[in-house]
Design a protein around this ligand. Structure first.
Ligand code: ADP
Length: 242
């Protein structure tokens, strides 16, 4: 797969097999295409009008760039969590119920069930169960990020894309999100962009090292961090650049 922003060739001949129920980390220096890559996986990147792609991304046997592919359906199957927690200025309950309501769920009991299941899934139910009607913006940054993860779970995706989800969080909240990612991979496939190499080493099964829009190396995380095949990977993970 290739992607251009106007004349900028931002992703070059990307060919990655991403595996189900694993955590795949995307690492590399700023501007190497990490964010562009994950935003391509749910076609969010197309919100930038100058974007052009070639090639294919196959998901469940179909090319997501096919004219007949329903992008709304893709985005319910491939959810996304962003760098900065971005809860809606609504109650905790309404944040989680938002997606299911859009998809036509009206039954109060059913919505209650989805809200509880999603908040439990995002390991934040115990902290908020007594104040579901309070505004989500009143929570701490770490709690807000778990609310955003719960909001993503509520639409029952297969795949969760995370774009540096802990970069705005303190170390304790970061740890909570990392533990959560380990839990979530039992039920979901997770692709996470991270600047933090220790984080990639701690939580991912596979790691792809991007440089200048290309994948330099993609392998088991243990291998990337202990025996990289490419000198450029070694230089990056040992902190010689980036
Ligand atoms: P990373 O996430 O690794 O920091 P990005 O995916 O954000 O990298 O950027 C990859 C390349 O694409 C960079 O050269 C960047 O300048 C360019 N780029 C990203 N977004 C846009 C955009 N909206 N318009 C034009 N160029 C962009």
């Amino acid at each position: 797969m290739n992607l251009w922003y106007g004349n900028t060739h931002a992703l070059k001949n990307i060919d990655l097999d991403i595996h189900a129920n694993e955590v795949t980390a995307i690492i590399g220096p700023s501007g190497c295409g990490k964010s562009t890559y994950i935003k391509t996986l749910n076609r969010m990147v197309e919100m930038t009008p100058i974007v052009r792609t070639s090639g294919e991304i196959e998901y469940r046997g179909k090319n997501i760039f096919d004219k007949s592919y329903h992008v709304e359906e893709l985005r319910t199957q491939v959810g996304m969590v962003f760098q900065k927690p971005n809860p809606f200025p609504k109650s905790i309950y309404d944040n989680i119920a938002y997606g299911p309501r859009i998809h036509g769920v009206r039954n109060k009991k059913k919505l209650d069930e989805i809200v509880e299941k999603s908040l439990r899934g995002a390991a934040i139910w115990d902290e908020v169960k007594d104040r579901l009607n309070q505004n989500a913006n009143g929570l701490s940054g770490g709690q807000q990020q778990r609310i955003c993860i719960a909001r993503c779970l509520a639409i029952e995706p297969d795949v969760i894309l995370m774009d540096e989800p802990t970069s705005a969080l303190d170390p304790i909240s970061t740890l909570k999100v990392e533990e959560l990612v380990q839990e979530l991979k039992k039920d979901f496939s997770i692709i996470i962009v991270t600047h933090n190499m220790q984080q990639a080493a701690r939580i991912s099964d596979k790691t792809a090292f991007f440089l200048n829009g290309e994948v330099v190396e993609y392998a088991e995380t243990d291998k990337i961090f202990s025996m990289p095949s490419d000198k450029r990977t070694e230089d990056y993970i040992t902190g010689r650049f980036g």
